[in-house]
Write a protein that binds this ligand. Sequence first.
Ligand code: MTE
Length: 331
Amino acid sequence: MLIRNNDDGFIHPLSSEITSKDAYSTRRELLRQWSAGAAAAGLAGWGHREAFAQGNAAAKLAALPASQSAVQGAMTVEKLTSQKDATTYNNFYEFGTDKSDPARQAHTLKTSPWTIEVEGLVKKPTRFNLEDIMKWGAMQERIYRLRCVEGWSMVIPWIGYSMSDLIKRVEPLPGAKFVEFVTQADSQTMPGLRGGFLDWPYVEGLRMDEAMHPLTLLTFGMYGEVLPKQNGAPVRLVVPWKYGFKSGKSIVKIRFVDKQPVVSWAKAAPQEYGFYSNVNPTVDHPRWSQASERRIGEGGLLDKKRKTLMFNGYEAQVASMYTGMDLVKNF
Ligand code: MTE
């Protein structure tokens, strides 16, 4: 983002390693069995506290049962990014500014106990712990593209609940127009905080209709397992039609507000990052084009890039939320 300023604006991907199809189908089959009726049993038998306490690169992560799901035809059928690439090539500035830093350093993140505090303009301000949330029923697996503003993308099988499941539980008041997501900021466990790179905590936000959109996923896992720490354990957001930085990691507070929140990147560089940050190949970043992207794990630096799709390919699902809006002004 701010730190990577190569001539073409792109960063250098790791060498490609695609998860073998067999390994992935086995996991898929497991997920299918769970979703066919064993999901509740799977959850009941799962030591949540223990599972979420794990998460460093070396530990075997707990399986997270989920049923397959797609939103209004938005199932992505592209080849998945390998789990290795998705868990070793990360942006999580609380653990350093290099792509490899989070996988090396995020093991210090303490994910248990963990509470998400919901406050602001809601009828029912609530403190959810992970055990409460797991009782909501079967989670869903959604394969989404994640497109980073830096010009790379991945395809990842995420696991979670629609954000709207949480929102409905806390009953927003009519004055609630935006949702602010505040993420963990603990200088004891997050070495990146000492650098003062951003104004911590990392804050993101969505308009209410965006937060309620069925594609917006409150995410607890990926690749059939609980989230690794470097990917935002124990809970993060995934908003697939927006640039990756809108998907805040390690969320501790969700606040319902009447004014558009001041979000971290827009605060750091308002001329470069706006509140909406919808993936849009026709609106360039001031320092580089957004017209194409490099799929991580696919080919080398000299290989042809892919064309970036409007709203990251989710135009049919989300475009109506922006009818009549000037997307150049509201970037
Ligand atoms: N969340 C927090 N708390 N801190 C961060 O630095 N980086 C964002 C987003 N969420 C970030 C964050 C950016 S820039 C991107 S592209 C995605 O996380 C990357 O998610 P991934 O590492 O799982 O691919």
